[in-house]
Design a protein around this ligand. Sequence first.
Ligand SMILES: C[S@@+](CC[C@H](N)C(=O)[O-])C[C@H]1O[C@@H](n2cnc3c(N)ncnc32)[C@H](O)[C@@H]1O
Length: 218
Amino acid sequence: MELMLKAAASSLIQDENFHKVTARLLSEPHPPGGGPGNDPKASCNPFHYVEHGLGIAPEQGELIYLLCRWLSTKRVAEFATSTGMSTLYLAAALRDNGGGVVIGSELVSAKAAAARRNLRHAGLLDYAEIREGDARRTLRDLGGPVDFVLVDGWPVNDGPSLAREVIEIVAPQVRIGGYVMNDGAEPDFLEFIRDPANGFLGLMLPFKVGMELCVKVD
Ligand SMILES: C[S@@+](CC[C@H](N)C(=O)[O-])C[C@H]1O[C@@H](n2cnc3c(N)ncnc32)[C@H](O)[C@@H]1O
């Protein structure tokens, strides 16, 4: 309750149900060692973290909400959804913009189900479509240009990062003037964004290990 009141008092989002759900998500335990990305010995198998949301921090959510309001965002894609912390902020922005859809993606079915439940409890399920399965397949066709993409990645043992694979798939589907935010600052994601041939400008923001904010310019 205390957590909820504190978050609500400093939030841009005036919605008790939203804050009830996000406060509950924030109170859930983290995996020992912090999980993949924080603990080099941690498993990278997403199915080992069914109980753990590993969601964005509220200050990141507030920034996402503000950007989506500022840009009058209507269509959003997200990798990945987990139990829905970031999706809640995105969906709240779309509702407050007058409508729209967040196309989420999640490999672990139990997490996709939890995300839908959390969105429903917050009264935001009408603004989200959670696609279950590998995002490298489910985000291939977003059904038209998107205004905003969140790439909140997941570590892999070798090869290109998922953030890199996903940005290659979604970049052609982002409208000119649309934004991409990457929580994790994976080096091969940054390499893609910094290559002028790919049409983005990007700036690193000091959240966690680094959060890259990019705009598509051509
Ligand atoms: C850091 S969490 C996302 C947190 C979420 N954005 C939030 O704020 O609650 C990363 C998620 O990626 C999912 N994931 C991993 N590999 C995936 C893949 N290939 N396709 C879709 N989801 C995947 C994991 O199951 C995990 O839930």
